[in-house]
Design a protein around this ligand. Sequence first.
Ligand SMILES: [Zn+2]
Length: 373
Amino acid sequence: MFQAQYSSLHSRKRSVADRWPLIAVSCSLIAFLLASCATPVPTAEPTPLAAPAFETASPPGVQAATAAPLRFVLPSPDADPISGWRPPLYPVPWAVSSYDHFYFTRPNPASEVNWPLPDYRYGGVFFANVVHTGIDIEAKAGSPVVAAGPGTVVWAGGGFYTGNVNDATDPYGLAVSIRHDFGFQGRPLFTVYAHMSRVDVTVGQHVEAGEQLGRVGDTGKTTGPHLHFEVRLEHNTYHHTLNPELWLVPPQGWGVLAGNIIQLNDQPLQGFTVRVISEDTGRVREVRTYINEAIHPDPYYQENMALSDLPAGLYRVSFIYDGRDHRFWVEILPGQVTYFTYKMYGYLETVPPPTPALNFVPMTPTPTATRRP
Ligand SMILES: [Zn+2]
């Protein structure tokens, strides 16, 4: 989490269909996708409401159950049974549609919690004016931090934000940054791993996906041990980040929701809490729309909110705005981004932006000049 004042808005004009709910999807496509990947057992994770702030791998509810006779606990809307289990990830790079770009695997081992802390997502604001340009992943001090993709280490140590390796006050603390062997739309891609307790790589070293970069710590501007992870496009600076939740590959059978909620004046709704409620389990997830300063929507989706790690299925999206409860339904498809645009009042479009021009997105990562020497 780093300091940045916010003030600017950017306007996005987008045509919207004057119709309501439910994403139209091809049943045959769903059937194919479900058949081709492991559909997860109904998820059982802590909800942000019932267990604030952290999703844990070994939750208290599981431990408590050992003292009592064997019993079943059925899901309820605000108190799901708790488990850290998730399906294995899709292989990377993964892109079902031409505009998806799940190029990165998780920056910590599968044996650890490897998903974003619900309250510390991209584009959030902390302490009044600190805009978050990455995601935070809960991790124990000393647990491994691994490369999200192959590339060359371009930073290893302190001073990543200030550029001064001796600056002990640098907000990123001990950090590693990688310039990846692939780019996006001909532009280089970087990832950043911050707040580490120890760095195990050196600048110029080539690493493969999953290779250890160091250990989780609490160096820099942080209130406790965790991994801060960023994705940057074109320039490796604080002002060129994108939402990692649209780049980290989902667990098999799971997907990602990206949305664009627009006010009547065509401005994106900023800093609003949006609830995403599973029709299958009743689990409530909350996500906040971006504050726009210092963050950037995806080049294609132009979203102002994203929520990853959603088991495929129907979800109700709802939020309170102008005293009204706005709600609609979306269907999360496995292994891809489900996209919507919602404009006040009641205009919903649930198809992605228009098909990009031929010079747009590659189906696979584009090579750049940074390949292994
Ligand atoms: Zn962070």
